[in-house]
Design a protein around this ligand. Structure first.
Ligand code: SF4
Ligand code: SF4
Length: 356
């Protein structure tokens, strides 16, 4: 869809944020008080919101959050249903979900939401994801890269997927691109001017400047990388990487496209009622593939390390036609062993080319 483009004055963003906070629940990037320079997505308390600081954060291209915004739709832990010895089981995803607003989502994370929309729509469609996604409105915002970003390699630097409204800071204010009726509604009550050709050009220049500032890149495109993983024996790289990896699972926990979860039942003390939870899973943990009786299909660390790459760049590429990596760099930032996904991927690519 070709978006309508308007200019929103910088001074009007705090007004708009107040308006949004009055009408809906809002989740957005907040600054960590205990760790300056780190950000996290959370519900914003309208009574407590420092709207000026939030507007400033959005305008200045805040650093990527540690945990991705998927948690708005896929909480780290949630109850799927309550059960009792007598009475029906009512899935929580059939309960009503109030509309809410997710703001400040960077382009790579918009691409990730779109990938998760695809994965969770695949039969059997995921009820809890759909329940939250349908009534939500998403506001994207452009960003500045750090030394871990490689979104250009994954073609997500300019993504507008899954967003209703997208903001780019330029000289005259925010270039506001409207992608849906919900996005249009968000600007109601605020005076905006139609964007002029020079504003649109400045928006494009912002993207080019961002792309030029990205220092990391994969040495193969998605199709070639998938083909390498599919056809070349790269055991030595898995073994070397596994020697450094602690199997801590931080790479999965921070990944915006990881969608595996664990399911657990708990009984109340009366032993007649309880609930079923699901919580984020991690294929890097030993327990992930532990089977009844003690067998484990990926009991060796190198198998788990290899699986992460096969899953992101081969299996899901084959299934959906896209790598399930957006180049956000979170796994590299969070890795306790300083394993950088780009370095390992380029090592795989280099060795595969040498073997051919
Ligand atoms: S694999 Fe790493 S770089 Fe790719 S989307 Fe996940 S966290 Fe981001
Ligand atoms: S974050 Fe690093 S150390 Fe932890 S499991 Fe992932 S690759 Fe291994």
């Amino acid at each position: 869809m070709q978006p309508q483009k308007h200019i929103l004055a910088f001074d009007d963003l705090p007004i708009l944020l107040r308006q949004w906070l009055r009408s809906k629940a809002v989740i957005g990037p907040l600054a960590r008080q205990d760790q300056p320079g780190f950000y996290y997505f959370d519900w914003i308390d309208p009574a407590d919101a420092d709207v000026e600081r939030l507007a400033e954060r959005l305008a200045s291209g805040y650093v990527t959050t540690t945990i991705p915004p998927k948690k708005a739709f896929f909480p780290t832990r949630e109850t799927l249903f309550n059960f009792a010895a007598a009475g029906p089981v009512v899935p929580k995803n059939e309960e009503h979900q109030e509309p809410f607003l997710l703001i400040g989502v960077h382009p790579c994370d918009l691409a990730a939401l779109s990938l998760l929309d695809t994965a969770y729509a695949h039969p059997p469609a995921d009820g809890p994801w759909r329940k939250r996604r349908s009534p939500a409105t998403v506001v994207g915002i452009d960003c500045l890269p750090d030394q871990y970003c490689f979104c250009t390699s994954m073609e997500t630097s300019g993504s507008r997927d899954a967003c209703d409204l997208f903001l780019t800071p330029i000289t005259s204010g925010f270039l506001a691109e409207i992608y849906s009726e919900k996005g249009k509604d968000l600007l109601r009550g605020i005076r905006t001017e139609p964007a002029q050709p020079r504003d649109i050009q400045e928006g494009e220049e912002f993207l080019h400047k961002k792309e030029a500032a990205i220092t990391l890149s994969l040495q193969a495109g998605s199709e070639e990388f998938a083909e390498i993983l599919d056809t070349v024996d790269l055991t030595e790289v898995w073994e070397q990487t596994a020697q450094r990896c602690y199997s801590c699972g931080s790479c999965n926990t921070t990944c915006p496209t990881c969608f595996c979860f664990d399911v657990e039942d708990t009984l109340d003390t009366n032993l007649t009622s309880g609930r079923r939870y699901r919580s984020w899973g991690s294929c890097q943990l030993l327990e992930f593939t532990l089977l009844a009786g003690g067998a484990n299909t990926r009991g060796e660390r190198r198998q788990r390390v290899a699986h992460r790459w096969y899953r992101k760049f081969l299996y899901l590429y084959k299934q959906f036609g896209h790598s399930f990596c957006t180049g956000c760099g979170r796994c590299s930032r969070a890795c306790t062993a300083d394993i950088n996904i780009v370095d390992v991927s380029n090592d795989l690519i280099k060795r595969a080319k040498e073997k051919r």
